[in-house]
Every structure is written in C-alpha cells, then in structure tokens.
Ligand binder design. Structure first.
Ligand code: ADP
Ligand code: ZN
Ligand code: ZN
Length: 687
C-alpha cells in the first residue's frame, strides 16, 4: 500500500511547481482532492500520483474533500500544462468541480409499512401516506408524527437542481436520413476511436443536417453503452443544440455552461461524475466533463473562435478534445460549414454538400465601396428596400469609430490603452472597447477649446438609427445589448424587419424567412493583421449566406460590400467554393509556414513600467534562437506590451521541444530580478 501521495497544491505562481509529497490519507488516490498545509496556508490540492516512500519529511493533509476527479482528467491536466507551457496547478484548477456549491439535500419521506385496519388516521394523514415517497417539504411536522408511529422513514437525500431547459419537451419525430447523411453516419459509426482515422471532419453546408447526424451517432454510441460529449460555441445565442439533444435523449443529458447557477452546475457535474448522465452538452470548458468511457466527442461549428481559452493555460478545446478522444478511444467528429484549414489538413473529411430541403445556396453579390461615399452602397439600399427580412452585419459597436477636433486634429484616446474612444450616443459616453474606460461625450477640445468635434465612421448604433428611415422595425444585436434572446425572438416574430449587428448575427440562428444578408464592411475582418484574416472573412460571408435564403417562397440573396472586390476570400465565398478557398489558403499557409505547417508560439510580455516589457521580451529573445521580435503591441489597460513569435514544427518531438524551450526561457527570464514587474503570457497555437 503506497503511503505517500504526490500532490499539486493549486497555486498560481509560475515558480512553485509540484508535485509535493504528503502522507497518504485513507482512501486517497489519483484524482482525490485534498486540502493541504502549504507555505503557511491551507490550499486545495489534487493528487497526481502515489508513492511508497519519500525523501522528505512529510506533513499530513488537513482533509480529503468529498469530490474527486477521474484519473484520466488528471492525466489530461498534466498534459495541458506541458502542451501550453503552463503549470500543472493552473491547468488542474480548470478541471475542478464547480466551486461555491455543494450537494443540496432535502428530507425525503418514504413508507415503512402499510397502516393496519384498526389504526386511527385522519383524512390528511391518509392522503400524506398515499403521496409517498416524496420530499417532505412543508408537511414535515405531520410526517414526523407518522414517523413516530413507525409508518414513515425520513432521511436526507440529494435533490437535483435542474437547469430550466432540462424540462423534457415533447420529443420531436426523428426524420429519415438523406443518402448523404446516411453515408456520413456510416463513416462515423464504422470509425475506430482513438486512431487517426477515427477523427472526422463533417464538412456540411448550412442546413445540410449535421445536427441530425450527431444525434444519430450519439444514439448509437449510447446504445453501445458509451458516453457522448458535445461541444458547442459559447452558448448564450445558440441554445438550439441543447434543446435538440434534450428533446432526443431527455434526462441523460447534462448541460454545463456559465449561465447556470453554481448549484445547478455542480449538480450537473455530479450527474456526469457518477454516470447518471451519459451525454454532456456545453461550451469550451465542457471538454473537462468528468465522464468515464466516452465513445463519441462532437465539436460543433469547429471554426468558432470561442474554443480558444483566453486565460492561462491558453488551451484550444478542439485539441484537448482530440487528446481526450485518444485517451478514451472515442470517435471525434468536428463539424462546420466553413472548416479551418488546419482541420481539413488533419482530419478525415466527410461531406454533406447539399441542404436537406434541396434549396440552392443564395447568390452572393460583391459591391465596390469605392463607388460610393456613405457606408451603404445604392444597390444595397435598393435591396434593403425590397427585402422582407434582412440581416446586416457590421463588425463595430457604437455610434462612430473615433472623434477628432476639427481645429487642432486631436484624437480622443483611451487613457489606459493606445486606441481611440468610441462614441456611444444613447449612453452619452465615449468608451474604450478594450478596457471598458468610459467618459462623458466631450463638448469642447481640451487642447484648443474648439467646440467643433467631428465623428468619423459608422458603428451598429448609428446604423440602427439610419436604417430606421426605411420605415420598418430595426433590431440591434451586439455586446451592448442586454438580452440577446429577446432581440432574436422579436426578429423571428416580425413580418418585416432588419436585424443589425456584429458577428454574432451570423452565428447559428435559424430564422426560416430571412431573404437578404448584407456584410457592410468585409474589410474590417480582411484587414485584420493576423494570418487568419482570410479564413475569418470567408467564414463570415459563408455563414451569413447560410442564414439568408431559407425562405420557403422566395430566393434569398447576399450582398458583400468591400473596397477590395478581388480579395480571394471574398471571391471564393461569393461562389460558395469552400474547396477552392481551402486549396489556395493551404498553399499560402504552406508557403509562409503558418499553421497547419507550423506551430505558432507567441509570448506577450507586459508591464506598467515604461520600457520594462520591451526589455524582458529582448532578454527572452536572446534565449530563444530564431524567435521573431520583440515587436511592440499597443498599450492595453495601462500596460505596455511587447511580443515574440516562435515558429516551431507543426507536431511531434520538434513541437514538444520548442514548447519546452520557450517555457524554460520564460521561467528563467521571469525569475530574473530586473524583470520582476513583468508578466508573461505564453500562447501555443496562437490565433
Ligand atoms: P446544419 O446543422 O447542418 O445547419 P440542421 O441539422 O440544423 O443543419 O438541419 C437543418 C434542418 O433540417 C433542421 O430543421 C432539421 O431538423 C432538418 N433535417 C435534418 N435532417 C433531416 C432529414 N433527414 N429530413 C428532414 N429534415 C431534416
Ligand atoms: Zn482642438
Ligand atoms: Zn482602454
């Protein structure tokens, strides 16, 4: 019997790394959660290993916590720490059960024996006995009297707090699959999990019935006695997937997402942990669902940016899902209408090239913004006048992009970040979209006193205002809108309306009668200084096209406004030619050695001290031969920033060694006195 536990106390400091040895409490195993004394504090800790003895003097853990992690999740956490150049403690802390909640218990009453013929009972007591077993609730006093007579037993029991959408709705009928769907399903069911050919990419146009394929594959996986994990983009706006899984599989579906209360989240976690729920649906973090024996992992809308975690470790849930699939010998299915070039390169592709309803994809017109002065081209205007229901996408919140003084040229900037402040007219404020800084709308220029202030550019708030001239409801959806579901419901109900918004309007909503989609400024994504700009622009136009043209009685259409009508991403999207786009994009990536032909590792150094970030990045660069940079980034939240980029081999030992080298260089540099005020953020597979 091993007498020593190796544990990782959950500290965030990069320099402190375990494992540390403690005496093994009774019953502790890999995955047990403990509370341990550590550096004069009490800390939660995860057991990552057992040992027979230790060369250290051992302390005793303070207690064993009631929940534990499945051992394979511990393994996954340690892998994430290495893969994303983080620490085991930071990675493991992402896997813990939802905090701040415990099981809720209620008193449960059940019958012990039936009353005898001659036993005297009131009407009320007879009714109570007939209602058993159940939670005691407000009848506790009366039930206690029956308990005293030996008729009833009362004891505490866990009561599940079920998320509101878990109410099982009427099961929808299950449609017969189309031949394309049959073929895709057969490929999934025949695949051998945990092998390279068991990783599939379901590339299907919007409306091709991908979800129905997931549902069938899930049903068969459950039939085979194994669990199903379904990842979806950040939930708020796309509850349809959850509803469809709950409708098909009922109570065995657990939902994990941030909108749930702590208690509900905890109960769902417990149901997955003890196996009473065998299907989990949730966003990025659901990849850590505490399930055993997973047979199928689905990553829906795999191109979605929300799968990348912004905190440390900066994990990519798509790759973590692959790793988990491998450990469980599960089949992995990533689905999208606009798959990433990486996925096309890595995964076995299965296609759904047609819409289930047989409708053609809507024609896409590209109009040249150089031909007009305002934000809306005359042709776009005419199409909006004709349309019944239109979606207009503009990737900028607020009223205008920036303010300048007409007399001296002053630009209003955020005091904390090197970016312009954006006017939000309804709130009488100018705001920074990076740090949240706000100030009142300026009346006069503080430099020269002029009251002549110019507003430049158009954001969604102004567009909403301008389009109201068309004489129909204009609804707006962006991060400034409190209740997105209300806006979406109002748009769905309307006979005639325009939905204006940022990228969220192109995501996953299923409105049957939209007949026009407009991308107002395709250049805003295309000009983004990032190697994914083309991919994002292609996806945006294609996804919007998927929303338009679902009207039964009218062909839909799409208009894309741009100052660069010849851009490849736009030309291919206009032809619905995903294969053509992927071919040129992969060739470009290969030529420039971008992913999937390399691993991009980015390190961002930041500090409030002037010059410190740049100096640290320089010291780091000196430790990493071949690193690109340091290059300054714009100041953010009062911190100067400087970044370094390392291009490493795409996979295998070369990738692992490069990550290890960067991690070691960061640790050494961060440990040096002169860089004490600098924080370092490492991003492997940087976007
Ligand atoms: P995708 O996820 O590829 O965009 P969905 O799975 O949402 O497509 O399917 C689009 C619509 O078609 C949904 O309303 C769905 O219920 C319906 N559908 C899917 N498969 C079939 C089928 N085989 N027969 C009839 N309707 C189907
Ligand atoms: Zn001025
Ligand atoms: Zn700011």
């Amino acid at each position: 019997m091993p007498s020593v536990v190796r544990v990782e106390p959950l500290v965030t400091a990069r320099a402190l790394r375990g494992p540390f040895d403690y005496l093994r409490p009774d019953g502790a195993r890999v995955g047990s959660l403990l509370e341990v004394p550590f550096a004069g504090r009490r800390l939660p800790a995860v057991v990552t290993g057992l040992a027979d003895d230790s060369e250290h003097e051992l302390a005793e853990p303070l207690r064993v916590l009631p929940d534990s992690l499945p051992p394979d999740l511990v393994e996954l956490g340690l892998w994430m720490a290495r893969e994303y150049a983080s620490t085991p403690a930071r990675a493991l802390s992402l896997l813990l059960p939802p905090r701040g909640a415990r099981e809720r218990t209620r008193l449960w009453a059940e019958a012990v024996r039936a009353p005898r013929e001659d036993e005297r009972l009131t009407e009320r007591q007879r009714a109570l006995l007939a209602s058993l077993p159940r939670f005691a609730g407000s009848d506790l006093a009366a039930l206690r009297r029956l308990e005293a007579r030996g008729l009833v037993r009362i004891e505490p029991r866990a009561q599940r707090r079920s998320p509101s959408h878990a109410a099982v709705e009427a099961r929808r009928s299950v449609p017969d699959l189309t031949p394309d769907q049959e073929a895709a399903l057969a490929a999934i069911l025949a695949a051998e999990g945990g092998t390279p050919e068991g990783r599939l990419l379901l590339h299907g146009v919007t409306g091709s019935g991908k979800t129905e394929v997931y549902l069938r594959a899930a049903a068969e996986t459950l039939e085979r006695g194994r669990g199903v994990l379904v990842l979806v983009p950040e939930i708020g706006l796309t509850p349809q997937m959850i509803d469809r899984f709950v409708a098909r599989f009922g109570d065995t579906v657990a939902v994990l997402h941030s909108k749930l209360g702590a208690g509900e989240r905890y109960d769902e976690w417990r149901r997955l942990r003890d196996g009473s729920a065998r299907v989990c649906v949730g966003p990025r973090s659901a990849v850590f669902a505490p399930m055993t024996d997973i047979g199928l992992i689905v990553v829906d809308e795999e191109h979605d940016g929300s799968y990348k975690h912004e905190g440390d470790p900066r994990y990519d849930a798509r790759l973590v899902a692959e790793r988990r699939a491998q450990a469980h010998r599960a089949v992995l299915v990533a689905g999208s209408a606009t798959p990433r070039p990486e996925s096309v390169h890595r995964l076995r592709r299965v296609r759904l090239p047609r819409r289930v309803d047989g409708a053609p994809l809507p024609p896409v017109r590209v109009v040249d913004l150089k031909e007009c002065s305002g934000p809306i081209h005359p042709d776009t205007h005419a199409a909006l006048v004709d349309s019944r229901k239109a979606i207009v996408l503009l990737n900028r919140r607020g009223w205008s992009n920036f303010l300048t003084c007409r007399s001296c040229g002053r630009v209003w900037q955020c005091p904390n970040c090197d970016v312009a402040l954006i006017l939000h007219r309804a709130e009488h404020a100018v705001a920074c979209h990076h740090c949240g800084h706000r100030e009142p709308v300026p009346r006069a220029c503080p430099d020269c006193g002029s009251v002549s202030i110019a507003r430049h550019g158009t954001g969604t708030e102004r567009l909403e205002h301008d389009l109201a001239a068309l004489g129909r409801p204009v609804l707006r959806l962006d991060a400034d809108v409190r209740d997105a579901s209300q806006v979406l419901a109002a748009f769905a109900r309307a006979q005639r309306a325009i939905l204006v918004g940022t990228q969220v309007v192109a995501k996953g909503h299923d409105f049957p009668d939209v007949d026009l989609g407009v991308v107002l400024d395709a250049d805003s994504t295309l000009r983004f200084p990032d190697f994914r700009a083309e991919e994002r622009t292609f996806a945006l136009v294609t996804q919007l096209a998927g929303r338009a043209g679902r009207a039964a009685d009218r062909p839909g259409s799409v208009i894309v406004q741009t100052i660069d009508p010849d851009a490849e991403a736009i030309r291919y999207a206009a032809r619905h030619d995903a294969d053509g786009f992927l071919a040129v994009e992969l060739a470009r990536r290969e030529a420039l050695r971008y992913p999937p032909f390399s691993t991009l590792i980015r390190v961002v150094c930041s500090s409030t001290e002037p010059g410190a970030a740049h100096a640290a990045a320089g010291a780091l660069a000196a430790r990493i031969p071949g690193a690109l940079g340091p290059a300054p980034l714009f100041r953010l939240r009062g911190r100067e920033r400087s970044q370094l980029v390392v291009k490493a081999p795409p996979e295998g030992d070369g990738r692992r060694q490069a990550i290890g080298r960067v991690e070691a260089a960061v640790r050494e540099t961060a440990g040096e006195k002169e860089h004490r005020g600098v924080s370092f953020s490492v991003d492997v597979d940087a976007a």
